[in-house]
Design a protein around this ligand. Structure first.
Ligand SMILES: [Zn+2]
Length: 288
């Protein structure tokens, strides 16, 4: 459990990943209480994030954000290349027994690739589809022109998923293989995704195919927040805003949405921070 296994189909440009999250899913959400429908959606999105980042040659982070004008305001999952992951949700209004798709009016997916070196890349698309898997498939097709099929599930305690991807290849006629693998993978049940070990799962789905499974990489929950990252956020908020919070509350207190870690900044520290920031010419408390 809590691992991602890549696999390939020999002599085709088709590859895949299978992922299962258990402890990492529960740890990432341990300080957050949310309605089951959102917990389930986040489980699927976390799984998708591990499946997708493993198809990208990059050292950095993949951030999947689902934003909407409906009751659900934001789902966000961030996964690093080493498969450490964090996630959170924001909503406004009452969630009782609505289906996920009823909560995401006017929604969009914001997909950010944030490499450790080089410029970040961001893609934004309207939500199209009845599930998170379908929405991401549409994004991959429209925005990246890569055939990608995704199966996701989450039972509230565990999450799992499967991805197939066809790499662009001019020399092989791979349409038949692609269609066949998709038909076979489409027979997968949520229970199989959650419970079967990857080798048993692939053997069951692709019994007559030359599929090769690689060693798993572990998936872990870990928040990347630091005192410095919170400080940067306060710098972006601006001196006036921070000053008015201090006047009102005596200090600035910030809780990380992801891990609930508590940060406190007193007046002196904030003054020094703004004074030291080259982007803040009118330093906190400086004479005119
Ligand atoms: Zn945190």
């Amino acid at each position: 459990m809590d691992a991602l296994h890549p696999f390939i189909f020999d002599n085709t440009p088709i590859r895949g990943n299978v992922a299962q999250l258990d402890l990492s899913f529960n740890e990432a959400l341990q300080h957050q209480s949310m309605p089951p429908v959102l917990r389930q959606a986040l489980g699927e999105l976390m799984t998708a994030c591990t499946l997708l980042i493993s198809t990208i040659k990059m050292d950095g982070a993949l951030v999947l954000q689902l934003q909407s004008k409906g009751i659900l305001k934001l789902l966000v999952v961030e996964c690093q290349s080493d498969l450490t992951i964090r996630a959170t949700a924001k909503w406004n209004g009452s969630i009782t027994n609505q289906r996920f798709t009823e909560l995401i009016d006017g929604g969009q997916f914001v997909i950010t690739l944030d490499p450790k070196q080089g410029e970040p890349y961001q893609g934004i698309v309207a939500l199209e589809g009845d599930s998170i898997a379908e929405m991401l498939e549409n994004y991959m097709m429209r925005s990246q022109q890569i055939d990608t099929s995704i199966w996701l599930t989450c039972n509230g305690n565990q999450a799992a998923g499967l991805l197939l991807q066809k790499l662009p290849n001019q020399t092989l006629d791979d349409t038949d293989a692609w269609n066949r693998f998709n038909q076979l993978a489409n027979t997968v049940t949520n229970e199989e995704l959650l419970a079967l070990s990857p080798d048993v799962l692939l053997t069951r789905l692709f019994v007559d195919e030359d599929v090769r499974l690689f060693e798993g990489r572990s998936i872990k929950a870990n928040c990347t927040c630091t005192r410095q990252s919170v400080t940067n956020m306060l710098l972006m908020l601006g001196e006036q805003e921070v000053q008015s919070i201090i006047e009102e509350q005596g200090s600035v207190q910030v809780n990380c949405d992801f891990c609930n870690k508590h940060y406190v900044f007193d007046e002196d520290e904030m003054r020094d921070t703004f004074e030291a920031d080259p982007l803040q010419p009118t330093a906190y408390g400086a004479p005119n």
